[in-house]
Design a protein around this ligand. Structure first.
Ligand code: A2P
Length: 279
């Protein structure tokens, strides 16, 4: 699996299996088992997805060495602050049935539960996460859904610059200034909803490019984000799609195709302002 290096030299596979909206229990268990069998070595979950137990069990039962799998989970919005983060992280480790995670992220910068004091809450969470990192309980730490202002506030007290920012990225939504800012700070950008939660698959432009390169619309969307330099986290519970979403390294999009995707309007609705998120 192709990888990028985080700024601490930890390798992150560029395709991760996204588990948002995959129900806990049989659905999560079977789809993660299938993803691992098919060749994924990067699984992305979160406390908020409520599927960590099934994801962890699927990893365990796969028989693949834990060290071969890059596993990400995220701090729940209700658990910001130093003590809360310590507790929440240990609960995630226990639910996942693992002794460490590869990447731990603050899921949202400004949740309702800490909206009055989000800067202090993030600073406390980050301190706890830096300690996990120093103790070897996480191999990397990062953020998700952070805009420039949230990053700047965090950096006022952080000892370690986040290694990753996971944000909403797809053809039509490239958040270019935020991505450039993250890259200037040495962060890897991860794309969630790289298929626009499926809405991009019927786009005539994407379908036209798909027929030019003789691949599916989903593969065009994913290849586009890879060529933009992002790690991608496609979600699917359909075996043929799970497999297809890994088959991205035997074709490329040319300059014209990239340019037309760069110029595509956002047909999936604007990215949520984290400061107004209703959770
Ligand atoms: P399903 O889960 O039913 O297989 P995103 O990753 O942007 O959140 O998009 C996820 C959506 O795209 C899901 O509805 C998923 O359907 C669908 N999807 C994922 N991969 C493919 C694919 N290769 N072909 C068609 N649909 C796909």
């Amino acid at each position: 699996m192709n990888s990028l290096l985080l700024n601490n030299q930890v390798a992150i596979p560029v395709i991760g299996y996204g588990t948002w909206q995959i129900a806990d229990g049989r659905e999560a268990y079977e789809s993660v088992r299938y993803a691992l069998e098919t060749g994924y070595r990067h699984i992305d979950t979160a406390a908020a997805y409520r599927n960590e137990i099934s994801v962890g069990k699927a990893i365990h039962d796969s028989g693949i060495a834990r060290s071969e799998i890059f596993l990400t989970t995220k701090l729940h919005n209700d658990d910001h602050g130093y003590e809360e983060t310590r507790k929440a992280f240990l609960a995630s480790l226990s639910d996942l049935g693992t002794e460490y995670v590869d990447l731990y992220l603050i899921h949202w910068p400004n949740p309702i539960a800490s909206r009055e004091n989000w800067k202090e809450a993030n600073s406390g969470s980050w301190k706890a996460m830096e300690e996990f990192y120093e103790q070897g309980l996480v191999r990397a730490i990062g953020i998700s859904n952070f805009c420039e202002r949230h990053i700047d506030a965090l950096l006022e007290t952080a000892g370690i610059t986040p290694m990753v920012n996971q944000i909403r990225l797809f053809a039509g939504e490239q958040q270019s200034s935020l991505v450039a800012y993250c890259h200037s700070l040495g962060m890897v950008t991860e794309a969630y909803s790289p298929l626009g939660t499926g809405a991009l698959l019927t786009s005539p432009l994407i379908q036209e490019i798909a027929s030019e390169v003789k691949r599916s619309a989903a593969q065009v969307c994913l290849r586009y984000n890879l060529q933009k330099g992002h790690v991608i986290l496609p979600k699917s519970v359909t075996p043929s799609s799970i497999k297809q979403n890994l088959e991205l390294f035997d074709f490329t999009l040319n300059e014209n195709q990239m340019k037309s995707l760069d110029e595509m309007p956002n047909i999936c609705g604007p990215t949520r302002n984290p400061d107004e998120a209703p959770f």
